[in-house]
Design a protein around this ligand. Structure first.
Ligand code: DGL
Length: 269
């Protein structure tokens, strides 16, 4: 038995939104142990500069490596957008990120090549989704829109509220004619119902969290790192209050299924 297989997978996000990714990974890979790091003490990332988010991303991955993970999932779209491939490939373990996974899925499901992406200001400003989609479908018609009010609305628990519908109408009216919309932010899967109300049945929604879970599985299989036997455990680390993480975490996930620890951010290097 390859002992590497027994090591946990690390998942990180700027805060709790990445629990949408953890949920999909747990569903698809129930025998894998997981270590989740939410950098709530420095969130949000979506309003920060590319250099700052890049530096945070390197520290977040180093923190997970200090816990002995065999692979890392960048659940945060903003981190993935700002980090760049060179940085993500420099850690000596497979690093899988949401933007590549979501873009591949969008290119696969689009029927007319008209693709939209919504995300934080930093993600949309980076243009990374557009480059990733165009590298697969060079002639696609691409549009995007930053939706900064969505993250606080989700964290307020207003997932299916009239106010959220109004906000969604305003943002999405600025997206052109599309058949596929990528939910390019950790929090947006919670707004699927609201977004569907606004876009109607004609638009396919791509949940990047699901797409990255599938990409992770393929990567583990390719690297001979997939653990199909368990036993699976889950641990959570936060750079902010443990109590706050636990209560918002329960709202996001129902049941966390593991303990929450305060991250020793001294381990950041
Ligand atoms: N996790 C971020 C993302 O997916 C959203 C929250 C933030 O701005 O930090 O882009």
């Amino acid at each position: 038995m390859n002992k590497e297989k027994l090591k946990p997978i690390g998942i990180f996000d700027s805060g709790l939104g990445g629990l949408t990714v953890l949920k999909e990974v747990r569903k698809l890979l129930p025998d894998e142990s997981l270590i989740y790091f939410g950098d709530s003490g420095r969130a949000p990332y979506g309003t920060k500069s590319e250099e700052t988010v890049r530096a945070y991303t390197a520290q977040d991955i180093s923190f997970l490596l200090s816990k002995g993970v065999k692979a890392v999932v960048v659940a945060c779209n903003t981190a993935a957008a700002c980090a760049g491939k060179d940085l993500l490939d420099s850690f000596g373990v497979p690093v899988v990120e949401v933007i590549g996974a979501g873009s591949e899925e969008a290119a696969r499901v689009t029927t007319s090549g008209k693709i939209g992406v919504i995300g934080t200001q930093a993600t949309i400003r980076s243009g990374v989704y557009e480059r990733a989609v165009r590298s697969i479908l060079p002639d696609c018609v691409f549009s995007s829109k930053a939706c900064p009010l969505f993250v606080p609305l989700v964290e307020e628990g207003w997932w299916d509220d009239d106010i959220t519908v109004e906000v969604a109408k305003r943002y999405l009216s600025e997206i052109g004619d599309i058949d596929t919309l990528v939910l390019g932010c950790t929090h947006y899967p919670y707004l699927e119902n609201v977004i569907r109300k606004v876009t109607g049945g004609r638009v396919t929604l791509v949940n990047s969290a699901k797409a990255v879970a599938h990409k992770l599985e393929a990567t583990l299989e390719k690297e001979g790192l997939k653990n199909a036997k368990g036993p699976a455990t889950v641990e959570y680390y936060t750079s902010d209050s443990v109590d706050k993480f636990a209560s918002l975490g329960e709202l996001f996930l129902g049941n966390l299924g593991g303990k929450v620890f305060r991250a020793d951010t001294e381990a950041f290097s």
